[in-house]
Design a protein around this ligand. Structure first.
Ligand SMILES: [Zn+2]
Length: 274
């Protein structure tokens, strides 16, 4: 997420009191991280199947925590606006990271803001109007025909905040890009390695969704994080892949080396195919 000072700068610009901003940021980021943007699904693994045991709507929980807070109860409208701002800025950062900051800098700031808003609305929709199929089947959770009043309130505040930020979109996007630039991070590298791992799976070189990274079996999306942290912390990563022809072991001392190893595997696959 963008640092709290960015949240606070823009919150103050929208005339939200500082104590409200801090309280709302605390609730959203520290109780359950980014509370409000997704369903909270608890599942247990039985043999190789994940069975969902409970589903909670993150946005409902967020609203409930805001209502319980004494700071928020004094000015609930401001709280909802602060929460909308928090999520919109977080998602804007996700988009900037997704594109890479240098690509994002060349995009229209209004378009980036609109994209973030649409993404956020989709995350809300998935909690009420269009639940994921797994959740519907396993939990018999009900979908709403239209948003319940508490959610309508939040969405109306989200629209206000988005329109207010749109006036300053260049400056808002600039702040987020500067933040991403300084925080750095291997976002593009992670995406690239993840795509390569997905290709391995498509080619049936990875037959399960999981791979072993330095002794721990993890799903692909998490594997990438672990690969980067192993190389950063130990200067080495060891990967074991359950392929259709047996176990494949990879060892690399850098991301570039790992990428070459994976491309080698794909190359062999293509040679065998043709
Ligand atoms: Zn956040």
């Amino acid at each position: 997420m963008p640092s709290w000072p960015i949240h606070e700068k823009w919150g103050l610009k929208l005339n939200i009191p500082i104590n409200v901003l801090r309280e709302v940021n605390r609730i959203i980021d520290t109780i359950i991280h980014d509370l409000g943007r997704k369903l909270i699904v608890n599942s247990v693994r039985v043999l190789v199947v994940d069975i969902i045991v409970s589903v909670k709507r993150g946005l409902d929980l967020m609203i409930q925590y805001l209502k319980e807070s004494s700071i928020c109860s004094m000015n609930f409208d401001d709280c909802l606006r602060a929460a909308a701002l928090h999520h919109l800025l977080d998602v804007l950062e996700l988009h900037v990271r997704g594109y890479g900051w240098h690509v994002a800098s060349n995009k229209s700031s209004r378009e980036l803001l609109d994209e973030s808003y649409r993404y956020l609305m989709k995350r809300i929709r998935e909690q009420y109007i269009k639940l994921p199929v797994r959740v519907k089947i396993q939990c018999k959770a009900k979908e709403y025909k239209e948003y319940p009043p508490r959610v309508k309130d939040f969405i109306s505040k989200l629209n206000d905040v988005k329109n207010a930020l749109a006036t300053y979109s260049d400056e808002v996007v600039h702040d987020v890009i500067e933040h991403v630039k300084h925080k750095g991070g291997p976002a593009i590298g992670e995406k690239f390695v993840l795509e390569l791992l997905r290709l391995l799976r498509q080619c049936n070189i990875i037959i399960h969704g999981d791979i072993e990274v330095n002794g721990k079996v993890v799903p692909l999306a998490l594997a990438v994080k672990r690969i980067f942290s192993c190389i950063k912390n130990y200067g080495e990563v060891k990967i074991k892949i359950q392929s259709s022809t047996g176990i494949i072991k990879l060892k690399a001392n850098s991301i570039i080396e790992l990428i070459r190893e994976i491309i080698n595997l794909l190359e062999q696959f293509l040679i065998n195919e043709s």
